[in-house]
Design a protein around this ligand. Structure first.
Ligand code: CTP
Length: 397
C-alpha cells in the first residue's frame, strides 16, 4: 500500500541543532511518493540554506521574507494533507501551544486544523524537562496534534538524556499510520517472526536462514491498519515498527510459552516464525571440545508445534493463519497443514523466501486457493491482511 503517494506534506523546520536531519526526512517522504513543501523559520535559515531544501524537495521553499506583495503562503501551506514540524524547538512548541503567530511557520500552524499536525521536538534535556515545555506539549496533544516523542541518548551539546530527535524511520511509521485507512481497528493481532536458536553449547546453535522480514512486515502493516499488535520475535537484526509491542525470544520453548501466555486475548494469530523443529536434548554448559574421534553424535528432540497448540485451544472467534515452508509450491502439503494445525489459512511459500526481500506465495484456505505473483514481502503482508479482513467480515471467524 503506497499511502503517501500524491499526498501534500508541509514540513516545518525550526532551528534545533537536529535541523540537518530534516534533509533526510524530505528524502524519505519523497521516496514514499509524497510532495513536500518545506517552510523554514528565520533562525533555521541561518543554520541551513533554503536552497538545499529546494533541491531536495524539488519545490520552492517558504521562508519569512515579508515581501511587498500580498502573501497568503501560510494559508496555502495550511491546506496540506499534513503539517509535520521536524525538528520542533521549545520556542516553536511554546508559540504553537499559546496560539502565538508571529512568523510564517507559526501562522501556518495556527491556520491548520491541529488534528492534521505532527510535532517532533528536539532540544537539550534540561529544556525538555522544564515544566513550561511539558505543559505546552500536553496542550498541543489535548488540541489533537500528534507528538513524535524524542529519544534518550547522546545530545549534540555533549549531555546525555531525553531530547534527541525521533529516529526518522519511526517518524515515517507515524506518518504512514496517519494516512493508512484503519480497517483492522479493534482487532488484537499476535504475530510470530524470525528463526529460533537452539543451543548446542555456549558457542554453537541450531537455527535457520529466516530473516524475520515477513513477520515484521505483517506486524507493521497490521499496526498501520489500526490493529493492536504484539510481535513475538526470534533473534533478528530487523527493527520492529513504532507501534508494535515486541517480546524477544531465543528458543522454540520460549516462543511457545510467550505465545500461549498471550493467545487467549488475541483475535488473530499469524504464525510466520521459522521455528526449529528440533533442539539438542541437552545443551552442554561448557564448550564441546574437538576431541579425537572423527564423528560426533548429537541427540535432538522434537520442539512443541506452536501453531498446532494454538489451533487445538482456539476459540470460535479467532482467526488463525499459518505458513507452510516447502521445497516446492505443494498445495497438497499446505492443505494437510491447514487441517492438522486447525488454521483458517495457510500461506504456502518455498525455501527461496528465506532471507529474500521478495516472496511468491499461494494462499490456501479450506475451499480456496489463491495464487499470488512474486512481490515484496511488505506487499504479500497486505494481501494476507486483506484476506484476514475478508474472512472476519464474512463471519467465517
Ligand atoms: N510451526 C510452529 N511450531 C513449530 C513448527 C512450525 O508454530 N515447531 C508453524 C510455523 O510457524 C508455520 C507452520 O507451523 O506457520 C508450518 O511450518 P513448517 O515449517 O512449514 O512445517 P512443519 O510443521 O515444521 O512441518 P515440516 O517441517 O515437516 O514441513
Amino acid at each position: 500500500m503506497n499511502v503517501l503517494a500524491g499526498k501534500h506534506i508541509a514540513l516545518g523546520v525550526t532551528s534545533s541543532i537536529a535541523v540537518y536531519r530534516a534533509c533526510d526526512m524530505v528524502r524519505l517522504l519523497r521516496s514514499a511518493g509524497a510532495e513536500v513543501h518545506v517552510v523554514l523559520t528565520r533562525h533555521a535559515t541561518e543554520m541551513i540554506s533554503p536552497k538545499l531544501f529546494a533541491s531536495l524537495s524539488g519545490q520552492t521553499v517558504a521562508v519569512d521574507d515579508f515581501g511587498t506583495g500580498a502573501s497568503y503562503k501560510h494559508l496555502d501551506l495550511s491546506k496540506s494533507d499534513l503539517l509535520l514540524v521536524l525538528p520542533a524547538t521549545a520556542n516553536f512548541i511554546g508559540k504553537a501551544a499559546g496560539g502565538i503567530a508571529d512568523d510564517l511557520l507559526s501562522t501556518t500552524y495556527l491556520a491548520t486544523n491541529p488534528k492534521r499536525v505532527m510535532i517532533a521536538p528536539a532540544m537539550n534535556t534540561r529544556m525538555w524537562e522544564h515544566p513550561a515545555l511539558q505543559r505546552n506539549l500536553k496542550q498541543l496533544a489535548a488540541m489533537g496534534s500528534q507528538l513524535l516523542m524524542p529519544e534518550n541518548g547522546n545530545l549534540a551539546c555533549g549531555d546525555v538524556g531525553m531530547g534527541r530527535l525521533i529516529n526518522l524511520g519511526e517518524a515515517m511509521d507515524a506518518v504512514e499510520y496517519y494516512f493508512t485507512p484503519h480497517d483492522m481497528r479493534g482487532l488484537k493481532v499476535l504475530v510470530t517472526a524470525g528463526p529460533t536458536k537452539e543451543a548446542i553449547d555456549p558457542v554453537r546453535f541450531i537455527s535457520n536462514h529466516a530473516s524475520g522480514r515477513m513477520g515484521i512486515a505483517l506486524a507493521k502493516n497490521a499496526w498501520l491498519r489500526g490493529a493492536e499488535v504484539e510481535l513475538i520475535s526470534g533473534p533478528t537484526e530487523r527493527k520492529a515498527p513504532l507501534g508494535v509491542k515486541v517480546t524477544k525470544v531465543v528458543t522454540a520453548i520460549d516462543m511457545h510459552a510467550a505465545v500461549l501466555a498471550k493467545i487467549d486475548v488475541a483475535d488473530v494469530f499469524i504464525s510466520s516464525a521459522a521455528v526449529s523443529d528440533f533442539r539438542p536434548e541437552a545443551a552442554s554448559v561448557t564448550k564441546l571440545k574437538r576431541g579425537k574421534t572423527k564423528t560426533m553424535e548429537l541427540k535432538l528432540i522434537l520442539n512443541p508445534d506452536i501453531l498446532a497448540d494454538v489451533g487445538n485451544r482456539r476459540n470460535a472467534t479467532q482467526t488463525i493463519i499459518g505458513f507452510a515452508l516447502e521445497s516446492t509450491l505443494d498445495t497438497v502439503e499446505a492443505k494437510r497443514k491447514l487441517k492438522a494445525k486447525r488454521a483458517d489459512l495457510i500461506v504456502l511459500n518455498t525455501t527461496k523466501a528465506l532471507a529474500s526481500k521478495r516472496n511468491q506465495v499461494i494462499l490456501v484456505g479450506e475451499d480456496s486457493v489463491e495464487d499470488l505473483p512474486e512481490m515484496f514481502k511488505e506487499q504479500v503482508a497486505d494481501r494476507i491482511l486483506d484476506r484476514i479482513v475478508a474472512l472476519r467480515k464474512a463471519g467465517k471467524r
